[in-house]
Design a protein around this ligand. Structure first.
Ligand code: ADP
Ligand code: MG
Length: 688
């Protein structure tokens, strides 16, 4: 059966379906209702209270009226039930809607009711025609309401038509299952066919819920299966690059390290040592809050690679951060005699040529840089380990491109966006995870406060006093791409004002539009302590480490995301002195904005903040769906359905362990579905 065999389907409607991503009958079957109406959620018009919640009402169409002229033309419809009447108003597309309201017909409307003059009205409610007045009484049946869009309305595809199509498909189109029987049984899931029936023609809400679980599981399972497969293939491919700690590593940790490692750092290093000594390629994620001391762990790993005769590379998301790492490493490793270089996009051609030949010849043992490291021209002599800092800025695809630079080098990725462990284990399930819990001893928790414009004077006095005592201060301005020009002006003006206010303090301005030399100069002035106040946009956000900086004032703090604020704040509180974060919101502040600031004042725990941010923004925005390589799940929500995700992970991984090539008879239907899915996934990830 094909789409075109459906009743009531003309070319125009076929096009509308295709434009909405529906190409096959199965796509239409997977086009799920957005909600359902039944008697239990219908409200009598007379009892409607004004509220911002949308409601469903059912009534008879009394009359329709087109009023106004030109652009103001609109359709007004009066419907009535036993209790009262209500006016529906359509400002757009009235020609379409007028046909939906034949006087005498019974309709269900879904929308938000507002009182305007005499009438309770709804603007642009969704409409569902009910066949006969009796149907209202039979509404204990659930009526599916499908999502609509502009293609649908243009082609006059109503909810009723979709219901008809789905009906036809359910009786004519055979839907076989691909989930293995034992899994269906284990979770007591309905078969695919039964599940689809429950979604489109449910008898009760419980049935819908059970079916929906199955479809959520189905997509999570396919995703986890592909992760398991990627990991398994990598495991088979990459063998025999054993590394171990030698003189350099031992010397460094025994003699040169200026502090004692925290327990978290030691155990992360032990796990890395274990990985590197083993048969297969390391793929490890280090999670640790800002300031937890991830850099030193990375240095340890790189030393082991160099000790074993390999090159190591460390990649950071921004030039500033790459430069910062370069100088940190320089401080730490200068005496060891290791040859290391910085490679960024902003370097001159001749310098670059020199660096590239140094890397290719193998003279350079350690490369620190931005993603410039992984451009085509860069050839390594024998790259054995890649470290990616702040990995949430890079996608899975980039991660895999990097691995192609050497012969399956070991990979260590570091993230300062702590996400709940179980969640991390499932979405980064092709990685092993180490968590560096806690911060180095002796840190005082940062004090955070919200201040407003009227406190500005006292805040400035506080800043002045602190700088006179030798502390350093960040003043942060937002710089959001959409309003970049305005924001830059804000930052520049703020900078000028501060210079006037503090004529005796040396102040610098740092933003992303500057050349890398300029940025580097400003950063190194600040880290040398030559600058008292650094005014900056969010280029400072990740990783920059100046322990003497103890105050951060964030202008328009409400415009930043929660995790971003936490990251910013992590730039201070790095030494033993008490640090202060002062949040200065602008005047118009939303409820969400206020919540973010309050959360930040309440806690400095990165995990707690991440959890709140995740709830606030949803996983797509929080993790950067596109970037993380995480698919846009249609039915599942990786936060709410965490448990299901974990089950899908366990099931798929044990399946791949038992039948890695899906050769067993009972896995053939799965194989047929999985193969094209996996191929697409590999393309997305840039591997294969
Ligand atoms: P992050 O995990 O945010 O990348 P860094 O690696 O930049 O943190 O470390 C933050 C600061 O803490 C640096 O100044 C670093 O030298 C210092 N540090 C790291 N480990 C320790 C430790 N075990 N004891 C004391 N200070 C440490
Ligand atoms: Mg860091």
């Amino acid at each position: 059966m094909k789409l075109i065999d459906l009743e009531n389907l003309n070319q125009k409607r076929l096009k509308a379906l295709q434009s909405s991503g529906i190409h096959h009958p199965s796509d239409l079957l997977y086009f799920f209702p957005r909600r359902y109406i039944d008697r239990s959620n219908i409200k009598p018009i007379g009892y409607l209270l004004m509220s911002s919640e949308p409601v469903t009402v059912v009534g008879k169409v009394i009359k329709t009226d087109v009023t106004g002229y030109g652009a103001k033309k609109r359709l007004e419809v009066i419907i009535q039930d036993q209790t009262a009447s209500l006016k529906a108003v359509y400002f757009k597309g009235w020609k379409y809607f007028i046909n939906q309201f034949k006087p005498g017909a019974v309709v269900a409307l879904y929308g938000t009711a507002k009182q305007y003059g005499r009438y309770l009205s709804m603007a642009h409610p969704e409409i569902e025609q009910l066949a006969a007045p009796e149907e209202v009484d039979q509404l204990d049946k659930l009526i599916p309401i499908y999502p609509s869009n502009k293609h649908f309305s243009k082609a006059y595809i109503s909810n009723k038509i979709i219901m008809g199509w789905v009906d036809q498909l359910l009786s004519a189109y055979s839907v076989s299952d691909f989930l293995p029987d034992d899994l269906l049984q284990k979770h007591a899931f309905p078969t695919r066919e039964t599940g689809l029936r429950s979604i489109h023609k449910p008898v009760n809400r419980k049935q819908i819920r059970i079916a929906l679980e199955r479809f959520k599981y189905e997509e999570l399972f396919l995703f986890e299966l592909s992760m398991a497969k990627i990991k398994q293939e990598r495991f088979q491919r990459a063998k025999g690059r054993k590394m171990k700690a030698g003189d350099l590593t031992k010397q460094f940790f025994n003699n040169h390290l200026p502090f004692k490692l925290t327990d978290g750092q030691s155990s992360a290093l032990a796990e890395i040592r274990n990985d590197l000594a083993g048969e297969s390629q390391m793929n490890r994620l280090i999670q640790g809050d800002v300031g937890a001391g991830k850099t030193i762990v990375a240095i340890g790993a790189m030393l082991m690679a160099i000790d074993s005769g390999y090159q190591a590379a460390m990649m950071a998301p921004t030039e500033i951060l790459a430069e910062q790492h370069y100088f940190t490493i320089k401080d730490f490793l200068e005496e060891t005699g290791i040859r290391f270089r910085l490679l960024t996009g902003g370097q001159s051609t001749s310098l670059r040529r020199d660096i590239l030949s140094d890397i290719e010849g193998g003279n350079c043992q350690l490369v620190i840089g931005t993603h410039a490291i992984f451009q085509e021209k860069v050839k390594f002599h024998n790259l054995g380990l890649v470290v990616i800092d702040e990995q949430h800025r890079f996608g899975v695809k980039q991660r895999n491109e990097i691995l192609l630079k050497g012969e399956n080098p070991h990979l260590l990725v570091m993230s300062a966006t702590p996400i709940p462990r179980s969640l991390a284990m499932t979405i980064y399930s092709d990685l092993d995870i180490s968590i560096i819990a806690g911060l180095p001893a002796g840190r005082k928790p940062i004090k955070t406060a919200v201040r407003t414009d009227k406190d500005r004077k006292s805040v400035y006095e506080f800043i002045e006093k602190s700088v006179q005592q030798g502390d350093q201060v960040y003043v942060i301005f937002p710089l959001i791409e959409e309003s970049e020009a305005m924001d830059l002006k804000d930052a520049t003006m703020g900078f000028e004002k501060l210079k006037q206010r503090f004529p005796d303090i040396s102040i610098d301005l740092l933003h992303g539009r500057m050349s890398s030399e300029e940025k580097e100069k400003i950063m190194s002035r600040f880290s040398n302590g030559d600058t008292g106040i650094l005014v900056s946009t969010t280029v400072i956000e990740v990783g920059v480490d100046v322990p003497n900086a103890t105050i951060m004032m964030i202008e328009h703090a409400e415009r930043f995301g929660l995790s971003q604020l936490h990251q910013l704040r992590g730039r201070i509180g790095r030494g033993s002195k008490q640090s202060y974060c002062i949040l200065m919101p602008g005047s118009a502040i939303s409820k969400d904005g206020r919540y973010r600031l309050r959360k930040l004042v309440e806690t400095t725990d990165g995990f707690e903040i991440a959890e709140a941010d995740l709830k606030l923004r949803g996983p797509g925005d929080f993790l950067g769906t596109k970037q993380s390589g995480l698919p846009d799940f249609r039915f599942a929500d990786i936060v709410e359905d965490r448990l299901l995700l974990e089950q899908a992970k366990n099931d798929s991984w044990s399946l791949i362990r038992n039948d890695p090539e899906l050769t067993q008879t009972e896995h053939q239907p799965l194989k047929k579905v999985f193969e094209p899915y996996f191929k697409e996934k590999l393309e997305l990830f840039g591997v294969g």
